[in-house]
Design a protein around this ligand. Sequence first.
Ligand SMILES: [Zn+2]
Length: 552
Amino acid sequence: MSSPSSSSSAADLLLVDADVVTLDPALPRASAVAVARGVVVDVGGDEVAERWRGARTEVLPLGGAALTPGWVDGHSHPVGSLAMSAGADLTGVRTLAELRGRLARLARESTDGWVQGWGLVPDVFPGGVPRADLVDDVLGGALCLLRMADAHSSLASTSLLRAAGIDGPRRFASTAEVVCDDAPGGPRPTGFLLEWDAMALADRHAPSAPDAELRTRLRSLLDDMAVQGLVGAHVMDGDAASLDLLDRLEGDGDLPLRLRVAPFCMPGVDDDGVAELVAWQERTGRRWRVAGVKLMIDGTVDGGTAWLDHPDANGESTGSYWRDPQAYARVVRALDAAGVPTVTHAIGDGGVRFVLDVLEPLGPPAPLDGPPGRRAAHRLEHLETLPDDLVTRIGRSGVTASMQPTHCSHFVAADGSDNWSVRLGPERAGRGWRIRDLLGAGALVVLGSDWPVAHYDARAIMAAAQLRRPVEDDDAPPVGPDQAISAATALTGYTRAPALAAGDAARGVVRVGAAADLTAVGVDPTSAPPADLAAAPVVLTVVGGTPVHRTA
Ligand SMILES: [Zn+2]
C-alpha cells in the first residue's frame, strides 16, 4: 500500500456524505460510493472512503444529498426534436387569437420569408381541427409550417401548400393523410397534415439548419438533460442522417449522457430496408449505440389516427397506421429473428391488441449467457387507453410498457373537457395511462418524457406520476388518481426499469460492479413530497464514473 495512486484499491471518484438510495435490496441505504474505471467498486459507510482514497482520487462530499442510480428518460427524441422544434415555441398558446397575434409578429420579424413554430395544441382551433384558412391572412405571404404538440401532425399555410405542390389527397403506404375539404372543384387540402408521410411533404421544403448549428443545438440540449440529472435516454427515432449527426457530435467530444437509439421503421419498408435496420444495430459510439427498431402501429387520439377497438366520438381512430398491418407483423417477426428488439408506438386499444397478437408468440428475450439472440424484451410505447384484458396480457407477456406520465397530467383535463377525453368518451378516457394497474399486472414499466412532446425534467415527471396532475399546479384536479404510483416506484421507472428494459442488469442500481451512472438530488426522491422533488436541485450527474454536471 505504498503508493495508493498506482494501487488497484484507489478510486477515481469517491462520493461521500451522501444519502445513497441504492435500489439494491441487499443494501438499500449507504453514505458513500467508490468508483474506479467507470464502475462502482464499493458501497457503504465511512469505511469506503478510508479504503479507496488515493492520491489521485477525486472526493466529492454531497452534503447529505440523495444519490440514486442515474436517471434515464425511457422515451425521448433529442435528435428528432431539432427539426420538430424549429422556430417559435408555441406550447403556451391557448387561443386562436393568441396564435394569430404570435404568427403576425413572427411574419413581420421573419428575414427569410418563413414562419415556423412547434408545440401547438389542437384545442387552439375550433373543434380541435387545425385549418390554414384560420391563420393565412395574418402571415403577410410568408410560408408557414406549424408542428403540432403531438409530433404526429402539422399545419401548413396555404402559401406553403402551393409552394410544395400539395393540391389534393395522396395515398401512402401508411394511412397518413393530406386532410382535405370537399370543395366545388374537388377535394382541397385544409393545410392539416396527419402523420409522418404527409408531414414530410411540407417538411422537406422548410429551411434546415446548417450542420454546425444542429451540432450546437443538440450539444446544448444534451448538456441541459445532464444538468437535469439524466444519465441516459432511450431515443425513439433515428435515420441515417441522425446517426451520422451523433457520430459527428461525438467527434467534438464525449456526449454528456448515453443515448440508446431505436431507428424508425416506416410502413412501406422493403427487405433491403429491414436489412439496413438490422445492420445499423452494429453502430455504436462511445456513449451512443443503436439498439432496437422503432415502429408505429397507430397515431394519436387527438389526431383521430389512433387504432381503437371502436371508433371515437368523431367516427375516427379506426385503424392501423400501416395500410397493411400484416406487413408490420412480418417486419417485426423478421427483426425478432435477427435478434433485434422492437419498440412499437401503440396508443389505442385496437393497436395494442394487434401488436400483442404479434409479440406474444415471439416469447421472452434470450438469456445473456445463452446463444446469440434478442437480448431485450419487445416494447410498447404510450398505451393511452387500456381495457382490463389488455392490462393482464401485457403483464403476462413480458413485453415492456413505456409510459409518459406528463402526457396524462398536462394534456388531459380531469373534467373530460379536452379533445382527447371528448374523442374517447368517459369510459375509455377513464382507462387512461393505467400505470399502477400495469405494474400490478406484473409489467415492467419504464417512464419517460417523449421530449419534445413534453419536457424532459425527470423530477417533474416523477412528481406527476405520483400526483396525476401538473406538479406546478396545486389546484388542478388529478386525472385518474387511482393510477398514481409511489415515489419509490416512480424512481424505479427512471432507473432500474429502463436498464432492465434494455436487457442491461448492470445498470439502474448502485452496487459493486454496476456502471457508475449516478444522479444526486437535493431531496430523497423516494420520500420527499412530489413538489419538493420537483423543486430540488440536481447537484451531481455522473456518467461512466465521470461527473458531467455538478453544482458549485
Ligand atoms: Zn415519441
